[in-house]
Ligand binder design. Structure first.
Ligand code: FES
Length: 586
């Protein structure tokens, strides 16, 4: 008998008083009833942390303690004393005529979207991966667009780290860029990966206190550009931020991109390419989150995101200060001479449309920087745009990864990787601005390709296209198995090429590579490598280049896998809890 539509008969009061607790099931829910201090309480029997039965817990002075990890809950409201565990759901109770009635399906206090967004914020603040994984799964299950949790992550990451934009936000953006390449479960893994890296970056760090924009409204773009460059030159992050925020308030996005590209290329190849990569990713993330919680044109979010890159500009190592750019050949001098000559080269080239020489990429991969300098100068003179030049530089950079010799020190994977992701960032930035300063970025990428030449000696062979009648699915399965074994770099590269030769669907291959990536504890560079490879695959119009774009990340992944897969363990627990499965077995 029910007292109204919602309450159902659950237990005899006298028996509950004698036993102290009982477990009832109603509508698929398991509810723990407690009789404590002359009151009746009802809570979800699954501990919100990892599902231990709370009916086996201890009640003392109004506090229910779970026996697995000892999370404590205030019995009347379900709020936890231990934020890593989440609050437990409680149920309204009525006592009528010696019987206990429970409403097993009460209206939630807050909508699921709000609950899970709050939990994501909690997880980020406390740096608790399980909480973040549960929140991202909960939001996705509630039908919330990926841009919402991503926006929460971005706002958190740009606020709570004084050093500003770092690897965590770069990873979060990279994963958002390739979400469509993953299956449904891996999309959740990808968002989780971004969130946990941002939380890691911010853990224990002082927050970032924003500068206000210069309040002037009458400054030209050229003046703002000069001020920003001057501030970066003398490493004055406050002045740079105030100027940049003023630029965001008054200029369009392409002009802001031009200012930042100029400031990022007055010196050479800042921070082994990370600075430019961060700038590009900051623009990219705005493409994802601009229209979510805050309005698309909200200058505050744009200003906050872009301002978070200022320290990466002002604090960066400048490659002209490195001996590798000075000895035995003064590459920095070559670059600055190119910069000086650029107006004249451009003056000649403006009217023409560049016909790329067939051997242009081979020239970029050659061992004489003067030949590379000549080729770039000639290209600019013949009308090549920065975008025209950025693509072959990225191709050459991908070749360095695909042909990286495993005889090198393992850490040198990073060296070829940095050049590739930098080149990819320059190519992407060329879609936002055609600023002349981008020529400098392209030039630096080309010289980094030159500097990496010894990492291709001996060069690993690129699997050439060949006919095969093997089943692509068998090859794909074999490729996935290579990631379970250390040192299968060449075999993985060969299998990826063979899969394409067999006519395998590239989308299925990307999905598999994505899964292989996200089940591992992949580091910053591996996550970047896959995103850059996928991006290049989508951008490429030649089979040769698309092949390189698959082989490069495959090779990088094979070199860095397997790992302990700790984060996959966390994600799997969160997914099982979401499905209502038991984690704890009595
Ligand atoms: S504290 Fe309850 S399952 Fe961990």
């Amino acid at each position: 008998m029910a007292t109204d539509d919602r309450f159902v008969e659950a237990a005899d009061l006298e028996s509950l008083r004698d036993e102290g607790r009982t477990l009832v099931s109603e509508g698929g829910r398991h509810i723990a009833l407690f009789h404590h201090e002359d009151e009746v309480y009802a809570v979800d029997n699954r501990c919100p942390h990892m599902g231990f039965p709370l009916s086996d817990g201890t009640v003392d002075e109004g506090v229910l303690t779970c026996h697995w990890h000892h999370a404590r809950f205030e019995l009347s409201c379900g709020d936890t004393f231990d934020p890593w565990a989440d609050d437990v759901q409680t149920f309204p109770v009525e006592v009528r005529d010696g019987m206990v009635y429970v409403d097993p399906d009460p209206e939630p206090d807050v909508p699921p979207e709000t609950h899970w967004r709050n939990r994501l914020a909690d997880g980020l603040q406390e740096d608790i991966p399980l909480v973040m994984a549960k929140a991202i799964i909960g939001l996705d299950a509630a039908g919330v667009d990926y841009s919402v949790p991503l926006g929460t992550v971005v706002d958190f990451g740009t606020t709570y780290r004084r050093a500003g934009w770092g690897s965590g936000l770069t990873i979060a953006t990279a994963m958002a860029n390739v979400l469509d390449d993953f299956d449904a479960a891996d999309r959740r893994r990808a968002l989780f990966t971004g969130a946990r890296h941002v939380a890691d970056d911010c853990a224990g760090e002082p927050p970032r206190f924003p500068q206000h924009p210069l309040s002037t409204t009458s400054v030209s773009k050229d003046r703002l550009k000069k001020w920003l460059r001057d501030a970066v030159e003398v490493r004055d992050s406050d002045a740079a931020e105030r100027t940049l925020r003023a630029a965001v308030a008054h200029l369009d996005a392409a002009d802001v991109a031009e200012l930042l590209v100029a400031a990022a290329t007055d010196s050479i190849f800042l921070d082994t390419g990370h600075t430019f990569d961060f700038l590009n990713k900051a623009f990219e993330v705005l493409d994802h989150v601009g229209a979510s919680e805050r309005e698309e044109s909200d200058p505050d979010r744009m200003a906050d995101v872009l301002a978070s890159t200022v320290e990466s500009l002002t604090d960066a190592t400048r490659s002209e200060e490195l001996s590798s750019w000075r000895q035995p050949i003064d590459l920095a001098a070559l670059r600055f001479a190119f910069e000086d000559d650029l107006p004249d080269l451009r003056a000649n080239g403006d009217a023409d449309s560049w016909d790329r020489p067939e051997d242009f990429v081979e020239t970029l991969l050659s061992d004489d920087p003067h030949d590379i300098d000549d080729a770039i100068r000639s290209a600019v003179r013949d009308g090549a745009t920065p975008a025209d030049l950025a693509t072959p530089v990225t191709t050459a950079a991908m070749r360095r990864v695909v042909q990286f010799s495993t005889a090198n020190e393992f850490s040198d994977w990073n060296t070829v990787h940095h050049t590739f992701t930098y080149a990819n960032a320059v190519e992407e930035m060329a879609r936002r601005t055609d600023a002349d300063e981008l020529y400098r970025a392209v030039y630096d990428g080309a010289m980094r390709v030159y500097l990496n030449r010894f990492l291709n000696m001996p060069s690993a062979p690129i699997p050439e296209p060949s006919e095969t009648d093997r089943d692509p699915e068998t090859i794909r399965a074999a490729l996935l198995e290579t990631f379970d074994v250390e040192g299968e770099v060449d075999r993985a590269t060969k299998l990826a090429g063979e899969y394409l030769d067999a006519g395998g669907d590239p989308a299925a291959l990307k999905e598999s590579l994505g899964h292989a990536l996200l089940r591992e504890d992949a580091g910053f560079h591996t996550l970047q490598a896959v995103e850059a490879g996928f991006r290049q695959f989508d951008r490429s119009d030649s089979e040769t280049r698309r092949r390189l774009a698959v082989l490069a990340p495959t090779r990088y992944m094979a070199a860095h896998f397997p790992t302990r897969r700790e984060n996959e363990q966390t994600f799997t627990i969160a997914a099982r809890l979401h499905r209502g499965e038991r984690i704890h077995e009595n």
